[in-house]
Design a protein around this ligand. Structure first.
Ligand code: ATP
Ligand code: F1X
Length: 307
């Protein structure tokens, strides 16, 4: 079974404003809401691709109830912990001349809530896949993903981590199966400016040396690089298309990679499926569907990188 954990689920309120004026009253040309949070997006896309998963994490208040019922209505299993403090956040995403986002901090999670989550995770089995995705509320220490990995290290579970900064750096010693920073997050982690693919590969390999088995570096419209545990390095161009909503493109890539890997056990197929799924989400209002992914997958060709 695949489990996703979202510490900080959200309702994403997406507004389109034709010509946003700072400091003025602006009116939307279009607006809609999506259920979000990185792990939840992974579960939604896996479901779209016909793969079962269970979404774990913390929800709170009326927004949390909406998130849970929306997922369940769409056939996604959930097992959230309902925390009694505040409400799940509403993240604001505005599309105008540029895309801007304001993400909330999320509800207060206490020790007791955390213990409940760890107890659930300890019941996972060998062969399960666990996805740890997204930011954590400020009240939680940035070694929490590492702590979770330490607790289940002996169980033979493949752990995928999509996070940044210390939250990601701290897990490396526990050898995650896959990590997926984007190129900007890679720069921030090493305090460097990476201006070409060769440099990006060099730093992705450092993450591998530090413990990650597979490293996927997404680069939005510039495609993605994959440093594989078999020693090979691949690059795929992103398919060309009209970007409609890139929120969740990275999560879709993670879901696509997992789906590809589960179906074929082949890393290259998984990588290509990841790129196709990321782009399919970027090219649509909502997250990628199986038909959209299948169409794009046919157009994707890899280049093996000589390093
Ligand atoms: N403008 C684009 N054109 C084509 N494909 C795109 C575009 N933006 C994203 N993608 C696809 O989605 C993948 C992931 O995108 P990106 O690098 O933006 O992830 P991310 O930064 O983790 O995104 P987010 O945090 O918004 O989920 C890319 O590798 C690519 O396949
Ligand atoms: O604040 P975080 O947890 O880093 O990111 C949260 C978020 O921006 O990520 C998803 C897209 O990747 C959205 O659904 C959600 O609003």
């Amino acid at each position: 079974m695949i489990y996703t954990i979202t510490f900080n689920p959200s309702i994403d309120y997406i507004v389109e404003v034709d010509d946003f004026q700072l400091g003025k009253v602006n009116r939307t040309a279009n607006e809609y809401i999506l259920t979000g949070g990185k792990g939840i997006n992974v579960s939604i896309v896996l479901n779209n691709l016909g793969i079962e998963s269970q979404a774990l994490g913390f929800i709170a208040g009326f927004t949390g109830s909406y998130i849970q019922s929306h997922l369940e209505e769409n056939g996604i299993h959930t097992d959230f912990i309902d925390v009694q403090n505040g409400y799940s956040r509403i993240n604001f995403k505005m599309k105008s001349h540029e895309e801007s986002e304001v993400n909330g901090n999320g509800p207060m999670i206490n020790e007791n809530d955390l213990t409940k989550l760890i107890e659930k995770i300890k019941k996972l089995h060998e062969g399960d896949i666990l996805v740890l995705s997204g930011s954590i509320p400020k009240c939680i220490s940035d070694d929490i993903y590492a702590h979770i990995m330490k607790e289940i290290n002996h169980l033979g579970i493949k752990v995928v981590v999509d996070a940044t900064g210390n939250l990601l750096m701290n897990v490396l010693e526990y050898k995650p199966f896959l990590i997926k920073p984007n190129n900007h997050e890679l720069e921030e982690m090493f305090h460097v400016k990476l201006s070409n693919q060769k440099d990006i590969v060099r730093y992705a390999k450092k993450l591998q040396e530090m413990g990650a088995k597979n490293v996927l570096i997404s680069m939005a419209g510039d495609g993605a690089l994959f440093v594989c545990e078999n020693g090979k390095v691949y690059f795929c161009d992103a398919p060309k298309g009209q970007v409609v909503n890139s929120v969740g493109a990275g999560d879709s890539m993670v879901a696509g990679f997992i789906a590809g890997y589960v179906k074929t056990q082949d890393y290259l197929q998984a990588f290509k499926m990841g790129v196709a799924t990321g782009s399919a989400s970027a090219f649509s209002k909502d997250l990628a569907t199986a038909d959209e992914v299948e169409l794009l997958l046919k157009t994707i060709n890899e280049v093996e990188y000589e390093y």
